[in-house]
Design a protein around this ligand. Structure first.
Ligand code: ADP
Ligand code: MG
Length: 169
């Protein structure tokens, strides 16, 4: 399934539904998720570890998709690529990201996951890195799409929305 094929959804003006937030900062280590095919869809998501602090911070947030900014706070596992891409001061580089804060069916819907898709192509994985994830907008509710195509349309829309919403200074 191709993610970046043309999808025309003129009835969904992408900027209208987003709710701006006073930037909420989540910080954590990139951990292994369940590899539920997100890489196959072309949208790998960096899963943040669920520290007590992160659990408390997301407790009052609606499950759904957020737009925001990701910063790398370390470069242990993928140093060469990060240095090559962003140079020495890569920890101050801001990257757009679409972030899902949703219930994980694998935990009987009791535990949420924080998963950030960074709008940037990386050749290598970066498990173990420390990330800062700033949530700047709430863009849509979590949904259980019954069709794969609709899920792809939703993700495509999340990415377009994020491109337009998030300003990097
Ligand atoms: P998992 O279930 O282990 O999270 P994914 O299929 O979601 O597996 O892949 C996530 C991993 O892919 C991340 O932890 C990260 O190391 C890597 N990755 C590569 N490119 C990106 C990107 N653009 N955004 C997020 N993660 C990426
Ligand atoms: Mg993931």
């Amino acid at each position: 399934m191709e993610l970046n094929r043309e999808i025309n959804t003129p009835e969904l003006p992408f900027w209208k539904g987003a709710i701006p937030l006073d930037s909420i900062l989540l910080q954590g280590i990139v951990v292994k998720g369940f590899g539920r095919g997100s890489k196959d869809l072309g949208v790998p998501t960096a899963n943040l570890d669920l520290s007590t602090e992160n659990i408390e911070k997301i407790d009052h947030l609606l499950p759904g998709v957020y737009s925001g900014i990701v910063e790398f706070a370390s470069y242990e596992s993928n140093k060469d690529e990060l240095l090559e891409k962003f140079g020495d001061n890569f920890t101050s580089v801001k990257l757009r990201s679409a972030i899902s804060i949703g219930y994980n069916p694998s935990y009987d819907n009791t535990q949420r996951t924080i998963e950030a898709y960074i709008l940037e192509k990386f050749e290598n994985d970066f498990y173990g890195e420390a990330l800062k994830v700033h949530l700047t907008h709430y863009i849509r509710a979590e949904a259980n799409y019954s069709s794969f195509d609709h899920l792809i349309m939703a993700i495509h829309n999340d990415i377009e929305t994020t491109k337009h919403l998030v300003e990097l200074d």
